[in-house]
Design a protein around this ligand. Structure first.
Ligand SMILES: [Zn+2]
Length: 201
């Protein structure tokens, strides 16, 4: 045996001893915040042993609270075309079901307000007024800031009253943001009134 070989052996033995000491130091201890990280092998072991385990209600509540306000793991990730296909098929199937369809169409729709969509606008809701409101809001949706080039721009009645045609009740929104305001009406009413007041000052 050469000197180099024996030296390499000593080094290997030292490393082994270090690793052993390290593992003895860390065994049964909380590794959080110590700079100590699990090896990929250990991580895999933990993963396998945790698979299928259901945390208690208390733990789940704790996990939920810790995650509050943080973006979801799939935020900003695009669906694969396979997933999109699956979602499309599921939706198609759902809409074929008459029970589901009847709940979301016509008078049974949960946002249906009797006779509201066909009710006429007040006489003072003129093209000129709408034009003025659009110009005031520089032809952009006041919520998502998209302009005429990107989407269709509409004028929205903040208090949902088609006869209340004052400029302080009108705001420029795109189609998407306008239909969003059909739900949670009280919230959007106060939101857009506040927004208008803020932009005026
Ligand atoms: Zn918008």
């Amino acid at each position: 045996m050469s000197i180099a070989q024996s030296q390499a052996g000593i080094r290997r033995w030292k490393r082994k001893k270090e690793r052993l000491a390290q593992s003895q130091r860390m065994s049964g201890r909380n590794t959080r915040g110590t700079g100590w990280k699990h090896s990929a092998q250990t991580k895999n072991k933990i993963c396998i042993s945790n698979t299928g385990k259901v945390a208690s209600l208390f733990t789940r509540k704790k996990m939920s609270l810790a995650r509050k306000g943080k973006p979801a793991w799939n935020k900003g990730l695009a669906c694969s075309s396979e997933t999109k296909e699956r979602m499309s098929l599921a939706s198609f199937k759902r809409w074929k079901n008459p029970a589901f369809r009847s709940k979301l169409t016509g008078k049974n729709h949960y946002l249906y307000i009797h006779g509201n969509s066909n009710a006429p606008y007040g006489k003072d809701y003129t093209y000129r007024l709408r034009k003025q409101v659009r110009t005031r809001d520089s032809n952009t949706c006041q919520f998502c800031r998209r302009g005429q080039k990107e989407t269709r721009i509409t004028v929205h009645h903040i208090d949902y009253n088609k006869n209340h045609n004052k400029k302080k009740n009108l705001i420029t929104l795109c189609m998407r943001c306008n239909s969003r305001a059909n739900f949670n009406r009280e919230y959007w009413k106060t939101y857009y009134y506040a927004l208008l007041r803020k932009t005026r000052k």
